[in-house]
Design a protein around this ligand. Structure first.
Ligand code: HEC
Length: 169
């Protein structure tokens, strides 16, 4: 019994080095859709126009509404999709189309340095390795993310919550 407790204790403090694909994230809470946001040169390379859709796990979202910040193990997804203008009846403006060009996860994990990890998935949906701390993801999110390294300043339903709870920078 004691040994089992020790193993559980140890495993809960070890940071995830790899993360499964966030299956079902399209049924999570939609936080925003950005279009051609200029901060993201990687997504811009793929095509002329790019949407990014951001989702939060429902339990994490509800915890945020209560506290103004994210609980440990929160997963947030950013999905990139191509934007097109001409198709079906559409002549102007943009719509989203095709398979995702990128699926990335930002996961809160108290066992990681800085408390968060990034994971980027390929089209095969295989588990993704933890991105190293020196990738630009961490630097930008730490420097400019409004709440706990996340870009809540761009998630309109969460902005007033973070303000009311005093958790936004
Ligand atoms: C130059 C700044 C910058 C860099 C570098 C950057 N991001 Fe972000 N990230 C943003 C912004 C801004 C948003 C908000 C997007 C929106 O509003 O649609 C965001 C949102 C996200 C989200 C949604 C959850 C959250 O944390 O707000 C994920 C997941 C994410 N980025 C992953 C990554 C990954 C993986 C990398 C590295 C490969 C990366 N980002 C690099 C600026 C950056």
């Amino acid at each position: 019994m004691k040994k089992l407790a020790l193993i559980l204790l140890l495993s809960s403090s070890v940071a995830a080095q790899e993360l499964d694909f966030p299956t079902g994230y399209r049924e999570w809470i939609h936080l925003t859709t950005g279009m051609d946001m200029s901060y993201n040169p990687t997504l811009r390379l793929f095509s002329h126009h790019m949407f990014d859709n951001v989702y939060a796990e429902p339990s994490a979202y509800h915890a945020f509404l209560e506290t103004g910040t994210w609980p440990d193990k929160t997963r947030l997804v950013l999905e990139g999709r191509e934007g097109r203008t001409e198709g079906s009846i559409n002549k102007e403006g943009l719509f989203q189309t095709g398979e995702p060009m990128a699926v990335e996860v930002h996961m809160k994990d108290a066992a990681l340095p800085g408390g968060w990890g990034f994971f980027a998935y390929g089209g095969d949906k295989d588990p993704a390795p933890l991105l190293p701390q020196d990738t630009e993801c961490y630097a930008c999110h730490r420097k400019d993310g409004a709440v706990d390294t996340t870009f809540v300043q761009f998630y309109p339903t969460l902005v007033p919550v973070a303000r009311a709870k005093g958790t936004a920078r």
